[in-house]
Write a protein that binds this ligand. Structure first.
Ligand code: KG4
Ligand code: ZN
Length: 341
């Protein structure tokens, strides 16, 4: 079974071919990050235009590297939600055109389900059910992965995602976009004890979290220092922030594991590349004897291999779409289909 995956939800145009769900045949990514850097974040209109320019050649390269043609495919999987609407529409319409021209099934994939699936490519022994901490630029959630295509959200952020918090704090500290990886680098040389940051409390569900208060605290500390003519030690602030975010996410995961009884834990999404978070999750899992699965750094960020992998499981479950498939910026829970196909 050969599935082509297409991803264009943010600023990466990507295509990949995966065989029998987990065997990676090719993965091509055209990143626009450098272009958006001068604006301090992704410019949606620019992202859509670059996707339009890149998507054909990225797909051709993915097929060529896998040494196959469109005719050899069993299906075409595409990210249809969530993300920047103009960016998603490029991938969805390209996939629709290709699928119907070639007479192949079209498979809609939720981007977050794709992030989770990145683990199957790297760790074939990982099988549902298990607990997964999803941490990306737009999402932060603890989810129970019940089957390859069914998920139950146990807790989520009430406001900002962890990635958003890293990115906005990085910006105020003077680091370029995308800021998360800059915080990670700077944290290596900073002193995490130099600044005391608040640990936001969330009333209600103990598995929910909140990052906007933490983000505002960092921004206020930087502005206050500027007002009184002092300079913030940016690497130490980065180290304090990374430590605080890692502790919050690790403690929430520990609590979720305790409540649900899961001893298999995975991480997914761009922020799962964070070295501080990886170390604190590993320490917690070792302490309890839990098995921890993390995607390799190459599969943490946006890519199409994860979409092709998750698309393969959707295909096996009969979750395909027709030509009325639309893209949605938000509003679809992971594992749910926006439309009945
Ligand atoms: O999953 P992803 O590539 O895109 C979304 O689906 O949002 O995640 C992007 C996020 C950004 O906020 C980026 O700064 C963050 O992941 N990120 C990191 C690291 N690498 C990427 N955050 C902290 N440490 C990193 N090493
Ligand atoms: Zn993503």
């Amino acid at each position: 079974m050969l599935i082509l995956g297409i991803e264009s939800s943010c600023d990466e145009t990507a295509a990949s071919v995966v065989k029998d769900c987990i065997e990676l045949k090719s993965s091509v990514i055209a990143s626009q990050a450098m272009e958006h850097q001068k604006y301090g974040g992704v410019v949606p209109e620019l992202a859509s235009r670059r996707h339009c320019e890149n998507i054909l050649s990225v797909t051709q390269q993915a097929l060529a590297k896998a040494e196959i043609t469109v005719n050899d495919l069993d299906g075409i999987a595409v990210t249809y939600t969530p993300g920047l609407i103009g960016a998603l529409l490029v991938g969805v319409n390209f996939a629709k055109g290709l699928a119907f021209a070639a007479g192949k099934p079209l498979i809609p994939v939720h981007h977050i389900a794709g992030h989770i699936a990145a683990n199957y490519l790297a760790h074939p022994e990982l099988k549902p059910p298990y607990l997964c901490l999803v941490v990306s630029g737009g999402h932060t959630m603890l989810t129970e992965v019940m089957t390859y295509t069914e998920f139950r959200i146990l807790g989520t952020t009430r406001d900002d995602a962890a990635g958003e918090c890293f990115d906005k704090c990085a910006r105020v500290l003077g680091y370029p976009y995308p800021g998360g990886v800059q915080i990670d680098k700077a944290a290596q040389i900073g002193d995490a004890r130099k600044y005391q940051l608040p640990r936001p409390r969330v009333a209600g569900s103990e598995l929910d979290c909140s990052f906007s208060g933490l983000k505002t605290a960092v921004i206020n500390m930087v502005h206050h220092a500027a007002q009184i003519g002092e300079t913030i030690d940016a690497p130490s602030m980065a180290a304090s922030l990374q430590k605080t975010v890692s502790q919050i996410l690790t403690e929430k995961t520990e609590l979720a594991a305790e409540k649900t009884g899961y001893e298999i834990i995975a991480m997914a999404g761009g922020v799962s590349a964070n070295s501080g978070l990886r170390a604190s999750m590993q320490e917690m899992c070792d302490r309890h004897g839990y098995q921890l699965y993390m995607p390799p750094l190459s599969l943490c960020g946006d890519n199409a291999a994860m979409i092709a992998c998750q698309g393969s499981y959707h295909y096996l479950a009969g979750m395909t779409a027709d030509e009325s498939l639309n893209a949605y910026a938000s509003g679809t829970a992971i594992g749910e289909m926006k439309e009945k196909f």
